[in-house]
Ligand binder design. Structure first.
Ligand SMILES: Nc1ncnc2c1ncn2[C@@H]1O[C@H](COP(=O)(O)OP(=O)(O)OP(=O)(O)O)[C@@H](O)[C@H]1O
Ligand SMILES: [Mg+2]
Length: 367
């Protein structure tokens, strides 16, 4: 079993197209494949011909809340060799359900460990955000494939994903190989090449040897709810996805690297940890007027390691940092596009030992 998350919080970069066409190709090569549609938009389900009315059926939400069995939500043979867990209506509520549960990052992994053994490949189509749905997918995955369309924000998107991968690494000691897949590739412009060389130089990721070329057939196939091998097997992108399947089949499967050290890894929290956890407050900091490519936060609450244990959201141009901390007063600073500084949106400040200014955050006791 080889579990691959197809993720990038940047929207419209080809995650869903890659998921369904790679799955269809692997299926054609007599592999047993399961596609999991983790995106409430349900595009992978539609692209594999599952209609909107079927989306009232039970889904992952019902499985995670013990109202349905994993097998009950699998739709068999959506195309040759491919089964599908469709996105249903309640998937959108899953993040909040998971938010309340202990071990919330590993719910999907638990299910796949129990029920995924039938499949050679499990491909998870992630939504364009890095919330708990994506984190569940990454936690379950052995590798991450990041479709990237050449654009000036491409690097930034990959960096944010790498931050989450690092977070998983620190927290669970899992080393997740990350591979970039150039999509909607236009070989006639140099820009795409430039973006790729920047990725190669600046980021610790692998890059697939395949370039998925731009073709109108991709959009048409999606429109008809068909995969490229069915709709236009001779088009450029269909050929590229064939090559991607080859690349995947020929690769030595990346081992899930789990660090071994003296500290036992207990994922089930003890009662004491539950109690401490319960005391922790959810902190949501919104930065309204900071215009930058990358905003990180470091402070007493995360050992001053930028963005460690912090979830970043970027909503309508506003940055948000979400984390938990015990009640108390904390000093912190922001790292805006790589530059450390006090939080310009927060008037409470205190001089630090280095002659600079730290910002102050008070986390109140919850009543
Ligand atoms: N190789 C390609 N050539 C041309 N168009 C493509 C190609 N791949 C994908 N597209 C089109 O680009 C659009 C976005 O693709 P897709 O839905 O796969 O992206 P996504 O990353 O899943 O988006 P979202 O973030 O919304 O989930 C779709 O209209 C799709 O048909
Ligand atoms: Mg998608």
């Amino acid at each position: 079993m080889n579990i691959m998350a197809i993720a990038n919080q940047k929207g419209g970069c080809g995650k869903t197209t890659t998921t369904i066409n790679l799955a269809a190709e692997l299926g054609r090569q007599a592999k047993q494949v399961l596609v999991i549609d983790m995106d409430p938009q349900g595009h992978a389900s539609l692209g594999l011909g599952v209609s909107v009315s079927d989306r009232d059926l039970p889904g992952l939400y019902e499985v995670f809340s013990d109202e349905a069995n994993f097998y009950d939500i699998v739709v068999s043979d959506v195309c040759d060799g491919v089964d599908l867990v469709p996105a249903n209506i309640s998937l959108a509520m899953l993040e909040s359900l998971l938010g309340d549960q202990p071990g919330r990052e590993r719910q999907l992994l638990d299910q796949l460990e129990r029920f995924g053994g039938l499949y050679d490949f499990i491909l998870i189509d992630c939504p364009p955000s890095l919330g708990l749905l994506s984190i569940n997918a990454l936690r379950a995955a052995d590798q991450v494939l990041v479709p990237v369309e050449a654009s000036c924000y491409a690097l930034d998107g990959i960096r944010q994903l790498l931050d989450i991968v690092n977070l998983l690494k620190n927290k669970y000691r899992i080393d997740l190989p990350v591979k970039v897949l150039p999509t909607m590739f236009d070989s006639h412009t140099r820009f795409a090449q430039t973006v790729l060389s920047q990725i190669r130089e600046q980021l610790p990721v692998g890059i697939s040897g395949v370039r998925v070329r731009h073709t109108v057939r991709a959009r048409e196939a999606a429109w008809f709810g068909k995969t490229l091998p069915e709709y236009a097997p001779a088009c450029t992108a269909a050929e590229d996805y064939r090559q991607l399947a080859e690349e995947l089949l020929n690769a030595t499967l990346p081992a899930r690297v789990t660090y071994i050290d003296n500290e036992p890894l207990t994922e089930d929290m003890t009662m004491k940890e539950y109690a401490e956890q319960a005391q922790r407050q959810m902190v949501v900091l919104t930065f309204d007027d900071i215009d930058c490519h990358r905003l990180q936060i470091a402070g007493d609450f995360n050992d001053w390691i930028p963005d460690r244990d912090i979830e970043t959201r970027h909503i309508n141009g506003h940055w948000q940092k979400v984390f938990t901390a015990e009640p108390g007063v904390y000093e912190y600073r922001l790292v805006i596009d790589g530059k450390w500084q006090a939080d310009p949106t927060n008037p409470s400040e205190i001089p630090n030992e280095l002659g600079g200014i730290n910002s102050l955050l008070q986390v109140p006791v919850h009543h």
